[in-house]
Design a protein around this ligand. Structure first.
Ligand code: RB5
Length: 145
């Protein structure tokens, strides 16, 4: 699987762990940041989101302090469905029910072990389709009301 990953300064150290351990065996596109120097999370959110939207990556991973800013920014790119996950349950449902294609994590929220487990579930869970596909179409169409 080809996975694009990006982080700001608050997510940098967790990104390094995920790249070296959680994504071993996958093709990884690391869009940065490459140090703990202060930077702006939207830069990396849009880089990863555009790779996923263009089909140049199968899935994306974004890490900032909470995951929230990354998700807000990535959601602006059509075709991108970011999900902030703080548990394996959330990661499983984000893929199975929401067909999330960008996992957003909080480097100041999660320990590395927890984050690795969440990433593993996200990478290995398939979208269930069916009624969930209908609901995703409703989101694209403005709620169906
Ligand atoms: C950076 O201090 C922090 O605001 C950022 O990493 C992120 O948590 C924003 O959502």
């Amino acid at each position: 699987m080809k996975v694009a990953i990006g982080a700001d300064h608050a997510g940098f150290s967790l990104k390094q762990v995920l790249v070296s351990q959680g994504l071993a065996g996958h093709e990884v596109v690391d869009v940065g940041t490459h140090s703990e120097g202060s930077t702006d999370y939207p830069i990396y959110a849009f880089k990863v989101a555009r790779l996923v939207a263009a089909g140049e990556a199968d899935l994306g991973v974004l890490i900032c302090g909470t995951g929230i800013g990354m998700a807000l920014a990535a959601s602006r790119v059509p075709g991108v469905r970011p999900a902030v996950c703080t548990s394996e349950y959330m990661a499983r449902k984000a893929r199975a029910h929401n067909n999330a294609n960008v996992l957003c994590l909080g480097g100041r929220v999660l320990g590395p072990g927890q984050a690795l487990e969440i990433l593993n579930v996200f990478l290995n869970t398939e979208f269930e389709g069916g009624r969930h596909a209908r609901r995703l179409r409703m989101i694209e169409e403005g709620g169906g009301v």
